[in-house]
Design a protein around this ligand. Structure first.
Ligand SMILES: N[C@@H](CCC(=O)N[C@@H](CS)C(=O)NCC(=O)O)C(=O)O
Length: 136
């Protein structure tokens, strides 16, 4: 993977989704990048071919497809080390990964999904309110 500032970068994003995080990180680095809208709930076959998991964020870096928030942010941090988006010290980097893992797994996969993607947990719509209440 090249880490030059000339590396072509494309971020697939959706309004109101977690893809705003790598969007902000890219802005902070000062790197040039393209944005492609991949709206949650309105995904195209083209997007599914890029990420069969049908999730944003997706970063395409030098034709390499990178998915999953921690990997996407690591790629951005690696492309612009002078921006220190993972902090200045090894301990700061460790704590960034600590938060990233919590947010991507427990918070995102469980809490947020329970509230916004309740259908992933049960087919019984009658218990949606209870499940959503557990998410809050
Ligand atoms: N584990 C993934 C989760 C990504 C994810 O779930 N993103 C949401 C947007 S915040 C999404 O694309 N959801 C699509 C859906 O639920 O259909 C990561 O860390 O990148």
């Amino acid at each position: 993977m090249s880490t030059s500032t000339d590396t072509p970068l494309t971020l697939f994003w959706s309004p109101g989704a977690c893809s705003f995080v790598p969007h902000v990180a890219l802005c902070e680095t000062g790197l040039k990048f393209d944005l492609v809208l991949a709206k949650v709930g309105h995904r195209t076959k083209e997007f599914e071919a890029i990420n069969p998991k049908r999730r944003v964020p997706v970063l395409v870096m030098n034709n390499e497809i990178i998915t999953e928030m921690a990997a996407v942010l690591t790629a951005i941090a690696t492309a612009a080390p002078e921006a220190h988006i993972f902090g200045q010290t090894p301990l700061e980097k460790i704590h960034v990964y600590e938060w990233l893992n919590y947010l991507s797994t427990t918070a995102h996969g469980q809490i947020i999904a329970e509230i916004w993607r309740t259908e992933r947990f049960t087919n019984n719509k009658e218990i949606y309110p209870q499940l959503r209440a557990k998410g809050y």
